[in-house]
Design a protein around this ligand. Structure first.
Ligand code: GTQ
Ligand code: FE2
Length: 388
């Protein structure tokens, strides 16, 4: 549990280790000239950085963190008043910026998570990009997303997918504002130097089929229009409606649950069984009243949004108390367990996790916490920043 923080710096001990004890002043001078020449020639000796480079276990820069809904909402609302949506920015999205990531606007090393605010009667203009995207609707009704000509109306709890290079715009014909969570693989996409982006020639796409057509055509999931081929790269439907998701949670709760995550479901492409995006997966989980799960840890990072209820996640021994609307991050290889202290209210968490990319590269590992009945000793409490 105590991750050793090994600093990247020239280590005096290792310098001594490689110079013979009998070394003369002249040899030491030679050696320091050697290191200087390495630096001048853009070279680095492995023997001085190895412990950090090949750490014994993941040593993430991202930290466990919690963002309060009250703050997010207020800041998004004020942005809605002061900041128009225009081409170039395209979206009124405010990114959760992990304090461990040195000012980068990313929630974890692989994932961008933002809160997006759309005023009534606004349009967030159409564009497409190689970054893979999802949105999970938090509040407001009457707004829509059009993905590749399919327009879907958005309600609380819906998951909307924007696979790579599909045109998408969001808009509204009602007075009420809409607010949702955005999840994209922007940091991974940029790390791999794979970013392409194109604005659409018009503000919004033309709608090319019946409204909510994607849901009508594919929403049941277990049946496919017989004349179509299975959709392999990403799911055939762009939207997973909350009513279906909730039904699945309630059904699963009658049958089985995970000791680590309680009643947890992964959104999948029903035609392949795979995650909705290649670079990250989405989960919905219900923590039943009174549940306290066992701790475990995995390679890969996760961002959670509290869709409903309140509770606690203990991450590496620190208690993170959350309530509806909050967001929190679990970094790679961090012990974590969930608790719903309420005796009568369920808690529901939506999350995005970078497991698919980790697993695809054969880097996935997980471990259960076996001591103390599977529960970590709590050594502290996270104090969230409160909006002033
Ligand atoms: O809604 O299309 O948070 O393209 C970042 C980039 C949202 C979007 C974001 C995007 C979008
Ligand atoms: Fe986009």
């Amino acid at each position: 549990m105590d991750l050793e923080k090994v600093e990247l710096k020239v280590n005096a001990a290792s310098l001594e280790a490689i110079s013979p004890p009998t070394s003369t002043g002249e040899e030491e001078q030679e050696l320091s000239r050697l290191y200087q020449d390495m630096q001048n020639n853009s070279l680095t000796p492995l023997w001085q950085i190895e412990t950090n480079l090949l750490s014994r276990q993941p040593n993430p820069e991202a930290v466990a963190w919690l963002w309060k809904w009250q703050n997010l909402y207020e800041i998004a609302r004020r942005s809605g008043e002061l900041v128009p949506i225009h081409r170039g920015g395209d979206r009124r999205a405010i990114a959760l910026s992990n304090p461990g990531l040195k000012g980068k606007p990313f929630a974890t090393p692989t994932m961008w998570t933002a809160v997006q605010w759309l005023n009534g009667h606004e349009v967030a203009p159409a564009h497409r990009h190689t970054a893979q995207a999802i949105r999970f609707i938090i509040d407001g009704s009457g707004s829509w997303s059009t993905v590749e000509g399919d327009r879907v109306f958005l309600e609380r709890g819906d998951l909307v997918l924007t696979p790579p290079m599909l045109w998408h715009d969001h808009g509204s014909k009602v007075d009420e504002r809409s607010i949702w969570m955005d999840g994209l693989d922007i940091p991974l996409n940029n790390f791999l130097d794979a970013s392409f982006f194109e604005p659409y020639p018009a503000e919004a796409q033309e709608v090319t089929q019946v409204l909510n057509g994607t849901v009508l055509k594919y929403g049941v999931g277990q049946l496919r229009p017989a004349w179509e081929k299975p959709s392999v790269n990403y799911p055939p439907m762009h939207t997973y409606k909350w009513a279906e998701t909730e039904r699945a949670l309630n059904n699963l709760a009658q049958v089985a649950a995970s000791p680590f995550d309680d009643v947890a479901l992964e959104y999948i492409n029903p035609q392949t069984g795979r995650s909705v995006m290649q670079s990250f997966t989405c989960w919905i989980q219900m923590l039943r009243p009174g549940i306290h799960t066992r701790a475990h840890r995995q390679v890969g990072s996760a961002v959670y949004h509290v869709f409903e209820g309140s509770g606690e996640t203990i991450i590496n021994g620190i208690s993170f108390e959350w309530e509806q609307g909050d967001f929190f991050v679990v970094p790679s290889w961090a012990w974590h367990e969930f608790r719903n202290r309420s005796t009568d209210r369920r808690a529901i968490l939506f999350s995005m996790q970078d497991t698919p990319i980790i697993a695809a590269l054969n880097k996935y590992r997980e471990e259960a916490f076996t001591e103390n009945g599977g529960h970590q000793p709590v050594t502290g409490r996270f104090t969230p920043k409160q909006f002033q």
